[in-house]
Design a protein around this ligand. Structure first.
Ligand code: ATP
Ligand code: MG
Length: 422
């Protein structure tokens, strides 16, 4: 993409209510735009990051054998009356349609997925089944805050699995834990598996908690084996000996990036979802549910990876791999040469499938271009200027490093291709 053509540019002014690094940098860099508290538009740079996170999630869920679906957001009240949750889910957005008919906006999809799968699964031979979707969820959060971390409309991947036996469920639940760890690792953040209560769903659950100063959760985690419990269930204190090993428990601020729950037969019983078991007897289906918030993950990545100048994207989720910057020269002939060389590389990168953002603006000073590159946080910055061309080279600088080096023009293509494939 040529930056001159991008309609959403960087801005020097931080949003007045920016209470976190992700709220400030994502808005300033033109990745997201706030419509109202907790509700954001994803701009061209932002949607590229969000889509990459969603695709990582998608790949890992597909590898688990789960099948992607896309369920409606508009839900009929009747399904919630069956599960008794119409007045229990405190964050449920409720609306009234024509003829006084009542609806909810999806905050989670057990009420929809259970009767859906029930229509197709008749016998134990049809189990296990797992389905997932990636969709916006709506929650009337009392306090939307911290940019993408707590929204009222936000992206969620929710997966639901259906099993005949407890053993089969347990085995899948353990595999899902590993898939979740893979997702967060590939997104460049740590996630500590944390024992937690099940909330409105079940007795216990497992949260995936990423340590960050602006996190709203407190967990108690062992500095040796990473055994962890959430504040709400735990009797552990800072400095305690770990119940699982010789390590010491540390109180740590975190943000919950994922959560998986055994649902047992809570929802299958509400809908009368039974299957004919091996002996022909009808038995209720066992369920599990598994959530990840891709938009919250995006905000969390920024919380973990930034400095005072801006964001520092891991390659796997960066909007572009290369930020090509051409600097203006006073001399017209040299200026044309600079643009020529930059344009040549830009075209070659595009042809080679290297994702490149070219800051081709002509009215903008070098200082502003460098500040924008730091703010946007693309992993590799390449600068073409009168000075670098005098050396028949391009300036090569990683966002994670302070120093740059000069790379000869004829070596650029090969080195860039190696860099993006590493
Ligand atoms: P929290 O305790 O932070 O309110 P939750 O436990 O209610 O979250 P779940 O129902 O477990 O959330 O949702 C699954 C995942 O969806 C969470 O782990 C998180 O990644 C994401 N998520 C939940 N609520 C929000 C929100 N308001 N904004 C952005 N992402 C969210
Ligand atoms: Mg949760």
């Amino acid at each position: 993409m040529k930056y001159s053509t991008s309609f959403a540019k960087t801005t020097k002014i931080a949003p007045h209510d920016a209470d976190s690094a992700n709220a400030r940098f994502l808005v300033q860099a033109g990745f997201i735009n706030q419509l109202m508290a907790g509700v954001y538009t994803f701009l061209p740079l932002g949607i590229r990051v969000l889509d990459k996170i969603k695709n990582i999630v998608r790949e890992e869920m597909n590898a688990l054998g789960s099948q992607e679906v896309y369920m409606p957001t508009l839900h009929p009240k009747e399904h919630y009356l069956k599960t008794g949750r119409w007045d229990v889910i405190d964050v449920l957005f409720k609306l009234e349609g024509a003829g006084g008919k009542e609806y909810a906006l999806g905050s989670t999809h057990e009420e929809i997925v259970t009767p859906l799968v029930q229509q197709y699964v008749k016998s134990y031979k049809d189990l296990p089944v797992s389905v997932y979707q990636i969709q916006d969820k709506f929650r009337n959060e009392p306090r939307a805050k911290s940019g993408l971390l707590r929204g009222r409309e936000f992206s969620m991947k929710d997966m639901y699995s259906f099993h005949l036996t407890e053993e089969d469920f347990e085995a899948y639940y353990e595999k899902a834990k590993q898939a979740y760890l893979n997702v967060f690792h590939r997104c460049g953040i740590d996630a500590i598996i944390t024992e937690a209560s099940g909330g409105v769903f079940s007795k216990y659950s497992h949260e995936f908690q990423t340590p960050t100063e602006c996190g709203e959760d407190l967990i108690y985690v062992c500095n040796t084996c990473q055994y962890a419990q959430n504040r709400e269930i735990t009797e552990l204190k800072d400095g305690d000996k770990c119940p699982k090993c010789e390590g010491t428990i540390k109180e740590t601020k975190t943000i919950e990036v994922g959560n998986i729950f055994p649902l047992k037969t809570k929802f299958s019983e509400s809908f009368g979802f039974t299957v004919a078991g091996e002996e022909g007897k009808q038995v209720p289906v066992l369920m599990g549910c598994y959530g990840i918030g891709p938009s919250r993950v995006m905000g969390s990545i920024v919380e973990v990876h930034h400095d005072e100048r801006g964001m520092i994207w891991p390659k796997s989720v960066a909007p572009f791999q290369v930020h090509l910057v051409s600097l203006n020269a006073k001399d017209q002939t040299i200026q044309e040469k600079v643009i020529d060389v930059a344009e040549g590389f830009y075209q070659d990168f595009v042809k080679a499938g290297v994702e490149v953002l070219w800051d081709d603006r002509v009215e903008t000073s070098p200082g502003e271009k460098f500040a924008d590159a730091d703010l946007i946080g693309i992993p590799l910055r390449l600068v073409v200027s009168e000075k670098t061309l005098a050396e028949e080279a391009i300036e090569w600088k990683l966002r994670t490093e302070k120093e740059f080096r000069l790379v000869p023009l004829q070596d650029i293509m090969e080195q860039v291709e190696t860099f993006v494939s590493e």
